[in-house]
Design a protein around this ligand. Structure first.
Ligand code: C5P
Length: 311
């Protein structure tokens, strides 16, 4: 006996965090954003976003790092779902359940990741098959990092970060992430950078060719020598202990440590998987940091893991 398949009732997308290997910030633009040139890398720390049909629009957040994420209409993932619905003329509300592993306000684009995950999950649940350029354009309207979290891998971001060009990266890089108890506000860190610059002229941000060749060769040591983040000084001036943490990680054997995006997460690059294990143990045992995560990059951007399916 055969029975008709039940209509799908949920879809789940998995979406990575990012680190910036090179983050060069240009001048403040009239729209309040800064022009930038950045090399993003997606790393294996993931949130999951499940979209399910519901009576009303809503969002709930669970997982070890769920604290502080809004569960109301200001949640960026919910805004993403509604933006896609508006663009596609969809009127069926969804409830989003987010499992959060990416730190909040940590400089790893956790909120942007959830927005990218919501776009992929809702697109599947509603059966839209939205063309990629259209998803990218909705993503860019939601936040500077959202298009990158859709694509993943390693990419050059320009404009305010939303204009992407893929970058050739060979092999796998091993990172240890040192998480902070308290987040840092991205606008505050950019504001601190502007204060440091004190209205002086800012050169057009450019890509560092040495970093590109380190990525092409898959050489961790060369990459470590090329890591640059213009937001690192401002982040450390707001949180001086981050400077000490970077020094501690290098003393414990990291090839280099860098503030991730606007911080306060510190990303330590190590030579091998074993070196990452050793560093994670040393950092934790020393009490220098409360929580660490070992991750690798690059990894894929937002992708469906289940569904649409019937529950
Ligand atoms: O685009 P997103 O919502 O992630 O940006 C958050 C804030 O970070 C912006 O409101 C702005 O203050 C700052 N920002 C910036 N220049 C960028 C990206 C972000 O000044 N290129």
């Amino acid at each position: 006996m055969t029975s008709a398949a039940a209509p799908p009732s949920s879809a789940t997308a998995r979406v990575p965090a990012k680190v910036n290997l090179d983050l060069r910030v240009g001048g403040l633009r009239p729209d309040g954003f800064h022009g930038l040139s950045t090399i993003y890398q997606a790393v294996s720390l993931h949130d999951e976003v499940t979209a399910s049909f519901a009576q009303d629009w809503g969002v709930s957040v669970r997982g070890p790092l769920a604290d502080g994420v809004p569960e109301d209409g200001t949640n960026l993932a919910l805004l993403a779902a509604r933006a896609l619905a508006a663009a596609a003329g969809v009127t069926d509300p969804v409830h989003l359940s987010i499992h959060k592993e990416i730190p909040v306000a940590g400089g790893m684009a956790g909120g942007s990741a959830d927005a990218a995950g919501a776009l992929v999950a809702c697109d599947a649940l509603w059966g839209l098959g939205t063309p990629r350029e259209e998803l990218d354009s909705i993503a860019a309207g939601l936040g500077s990092d959202v298009p990158f979290l859709l694509s993943g891998g390693t990419a050059l971001g320009s404009g305010r970060g939303e204009v992407l060009t893929s970058v050739l990266a060979r092999g796998t890089f091993h990172w240890v992430l040192a998480l902070s108890d308290r987040g840092l506000s991205t606008p505050e860190v950019y504001g601190q950078l502007d204060r440091h610059r004190d209205g002086g002229s800012v050169p057009e941000p450019e890509v560092n060719p040495e970093l590109m060749s380190a990525l092409r060769a898959g050489e961790a040591q060369a990459l470590a020598e090329s890591l640059v983040n213009d937001l690192q000084g401002p982040a450390i001036s707001l949180r001086p202990e981050l400077g000490d943490l970077i020094e501690a990680g290098v003393d414990f054997g990291a090839l280099a440590g860098i503030v991730s995006g606007s911080g306060p997460t510190i990303a330590f690059l190590t030579a091998t998987h074993e070196a990452a294990l050793d560093l994670a143990v040393s950092l934790t045992a020393s009490g220098a940091v409360r929580e660490v995560r070992r991750v690798t990059g690059p990894v894929h951007g937002a992708h469906l893991v289940t569904g649409p399916r019937a529950n």
